[in-house]
Design a protein around this ligand. Structure first.
Ligand code: 523
Length: 126
């Protein structure tokens, strides 16, 4: 399983720009990564966000609908709350906070498009 986090603050969502692999590099995603053996999905997401963004988070509600990825992986997204730190692109090319319009217009990785309607509703409208 792969887990991804929707970090919303002040009506804006944090998107992260992938640096790899070549076919996904430059596209934007909800940050996260693979669940390691022995981890819970929530624990894995908190670890990934600590490693990739340098922040402490608490994982909240799951977004609706898991997405099948190539290779038999399943992608699941959660709301996450920022507890401490300021997100930094430790593993990504760049980070960006987007409102509803910015999310709809972003060059998102395909899998993450599933959550655009649900996430847009949580964000500041232009
Ligand atoms: N996705 C994806 N969307 C999304 C994430 C976090 C991941 O479509 N929001 C896909 C991209 C890869 C797979 O899930 O095909 C694994 O994600 P990755 O590479 O971010 O996971 P890591 O960092 O755990 O994997 P390694 O690079 O192997 O360490």
């Amino acid at each position: 399983m792969v887990v991804a986090g929707a970090l919303v603050a002040n009506g804006l969502l944090l998107l992260a720009q992938r640096s790899r692999p070549p076919e996904l590099a430059g596209m934007w995603e909800l940050p996260g990564g693979k669940v390691e053996p022995g981890e819970s999905p929530e624990g894995a997401l908190e670890r990934e966000l600590r490693e990739e963004l340098g922040v402490e988070t608490v994982v909240g509600q799951q977004l609706a609908g898991d997405v099948d990825l190539a290779g038999g992986l399943v992608l699941r997204a959660y709301r996450v709350e920022l507890m401490s730190g300021t997100p930094a692109p430790l593993d990504h090319s760049d980070l960006r906070w987007v409102d509803a319009r910015g999310l709809v217009g972003a060059d998102l990785v395909d899998a993450d498009r599933a959550w655009v309607p649900e996430l847009s509703g949580m964000l500041r409208q232009p």
